[in-house]
Design a protein around this ligand. Structure first.
Ligand code: ATP
Ligand code: MN
Length: 353
């Protein structure tokens, strides 16, 4: 195994989408012999408006989440996996990212568009936010078709969930981190790898057709050379089958290419050539996650992780201040006292099945 996934975090709102994503997360945990943390976050602060019996409500919601977690049925794919279940309270995305950070998780594996019993807090926005602030890579199982597809192939006994992996690159240092991940996943799942660069033709300012052609040709050749230079020797040998350069809008061409070429997984960087230090997630990564039909694995830029933990600390301080003002005193005490959930222990260790 090239990837070392020892601890995988799987947040759930108990919705159907999350439940089917759990099959993919479970199958990965089983494959890598990783521990699987199933996490449910209760954000009762949204009900904390004037006069509402907030503390009781918060406690009831926590209890209900605990019950649901205990009832949660593990899919066949998670057979033999060591599962731990956690109920956390607070902002869903922050708690998920925090949990991953606290436990040095190697991967957050999550679905979006999950709408379950307490799904109100867990719309696509939670996954989006986790992507921005996660301390580790995030595998997004975004659309039901994507999950169904990944699962359908996992279900066939001898087939792996990922058979064709697409790695879009802008040749940035973060993309190179993602390349290592893409290669590792390709090896682990005995998959096929495609390396794709999109020449963003909106950057070409001239409208003179012949000039455009010259520039595009130059950019294309440059991209191919750059691609070859960045690949390990054994991949360069097969370059004609794995290296692809297209032109257009990267945010559209990448998902479209994945779909028309039946890729099961897109592996890309959280950042590219321009965004680091400026944004939490690059615009290409952000839009590909939204538009892709298949799962997307976002490898995080190292720098962005450091930046993130700084910002998370600030946000936590701010959150603790707001909570301390009295509105958000949760019965568990954890979120109210320190803004963290360290006090909340895993509910129980799942038996090895
Ligand atoms: P922004 O472009 O929004 O200013 P950024 O450059 O830091 O920010 P993105 O462009 O989103 O971030 O880059 C994230 C990842 O997207 C890269 O690591 C790479 O995997 C992929 N990517 C970006 N641009 C291209 C491209 N033109 N062709 C192929 N893949 C790309
Ligand atoms: Mn970019």
């Amino acid at each position: 195994m090239m990837n070392k996934f020892k601890r995988i975090v799987f947040p759930t709102d108990f919705g159907e989408t999350a439940q089917s994503a759990l099959r993919v997360a479970g199958s990965m945990a089983a494959y890598y012999r990783a521990q699987l943390d199933i996490v449910s976050v209760v954000d009762s602060t949204v009900y904390a408006y004037a006069g509402y019996p907030f503390a009781t409500l918060a406690a009831d919601l926590m209890k209900s989440a605990e019950e649901q977690l205990n009832k949660l049925k593990l899919p066949e794919e998670a057979k033999g996996v060591e599962v731990k279940r956690f109920v956390l309270s607070g902002n869903a995305a922050h708690e998920i990212a925090d949990h991953a950070q606290r436990h040095s998780a190697d991967l957050i594996c999550m679905s979006t568009h999950a709408r379950g019993a307490i799904g109100r807090f867990f719309l696509g926005s939670v996954a989006d936010k986790v992507l921005h602030i996660a301390p580790c890579p995030v595998l997004v199982l975004r659309k039901p078709e994507g999950i169904a597809k990944a699962h359908a192939s996992a279900a066939r006994k001898d087939e792996k969930p990922f058979r064709k992996i697409l790695f879009p690159t802008d040749f940035s240092p973060t993309a190179n981190l993602a390349l290592r991940r893409a290669i590792a996943l390709t090896e682990d799942y005995d998959a096929e790898l495609v390396v794709l660069h999109i020449v963003d033709d909106s950057l070409i300012s001239t409208h003179v057709e012949s000039e455009r052609d010259i520039i595009l040709k130059g950019l294309r050749e440059h991209a191919l050379a750059e691609m070859k230079a960045g690949l390990p020797a054994e991949l360069v040998e097969n370059f004609h089958t794995i290296g692809v350069v297209k032109r257009g809008d990267p945010t559209k061409v990448i998902p479209a290419y994945a779909e028309s070429n039946h890729c099961d997984l897109i592996v890309m960087g959280s950042h590219g050539r321009t965004g680091l230090g400026r944004v939490l997630l690059g615009s290409v990564a952000d839009k590909v996650v939204r538009n892709a039909k298949c799962p997307v694995f976002i490898e995080r830029a190292k720098q962005s992780i450091e930046m993130q933990s700084e910002m998370a600390k600030k946000a936590q301080k701010l959150g603790a201040k707001i909570l301390a003002k009295g509105k958000g005193v949760l019965k568990s005490g954890a979120a109210g006292s320190s803004g963290r959930n360290d006090a909340i222990k895993p509910m129980r260790s799942g038996p090895r099945t």
